[in-house]
Ligand binder design. Structure first.
Ligand SMILES: [Zn+2]
Ligand SMILES: [Zn+2]
Length: 147
C-alpha cells in the first residue's frame, strides 16, 4: 500500500499527466483526489456523485472517460469485478484483495508470501509475469454476521 501523503500523490499524478501530455484541468485533479481518498475501489458512478459536489456541471460521461484515461496512463487500475460495473483502484502498488461476494466490498491486504507464489513452468516459458494479485473471494465480517 502507498504511504505517500495526499499532496505527494497529487504531485505525482500531475507529473505523470505531464509526461503523457495530458492536460491538467481542475476537474481531472478533482476526480483523482476523490479516487485516492476512497478506500472502496469505487465505481465510476460513485466517483461521479462525489465529484459533482465540487463540479456541479460535470457529466457522468466525462468522469467515466477520465477514469479510463487515468487507467490508460497507469495512474489507476481497473479492478476485477466478476460481472459488476468497472471499479477503480488508485493504489497501483502490489497488493491483494479480499472480495466480499455479498456486499461487493473490496478490502486491500498485503502478504509477503504471495510475492513468492510459485508460477508453473508451463506458464513462465510462454508468459512473462510482471505482477501478481491474489483475490480471495468470500464474505466480509459484516456479511458473515448477518447470516
Ligand atoms: Zn460483505
Ligand atoms: Zn486495491
Amino acid at each position: 500500500m502507498q504511504n505517500k501523503t495526499l499532496a505527494q500523490r497529487v504531485k505525482l499524478f500531475i507529473e505523470t499527466c505531464h509526461r503523457h501530455r495530458l492536460k491538467i484541468t481542475p476537474q481531472r485533479v478533482g476526480i483523482y483526489r476523490v479516487l485516492i481518498q476512497s478506500k472502496r475501489h469505487p465505481t465510476a458512478d460513485l466517483v461521479f456523485r462525489a465529484v459533482k459536489k465540487e463540479f456541479p456541471n460535470i457529466s457522468f460521461d466525462t468522469v467515466n472517460r477520465t477514469l479510463l484515461t487515468f487507467a490508460g496512463i497507469g495512474m489507476v487500475e481497473v479492478v476485477e469485478t466478476f460481472g459488476g460495473p468497472k471499479r477503480f483502484d488508485p493504489d497501483i502498488s502490489d497488493h491483494h484483495h479480499l472480495h466480499c461476494m455479498a456486499c461487493g466490498r473490496i478490502i486491500d491486504f498485503e502478504y509477503e508470501g504471495y510475492a513468492l507464489l510459485e508460477v508453473p513452468k508451463a506458464i513462465t516459458t510462454t508468459f512473462k509475469v510482471i505482477s501478481r494479485r491474489v483475490v480471495l473471494k468470500g464474505l466480509c465480517d459484516a456479511c458473515t454476521a448477518k447470516q
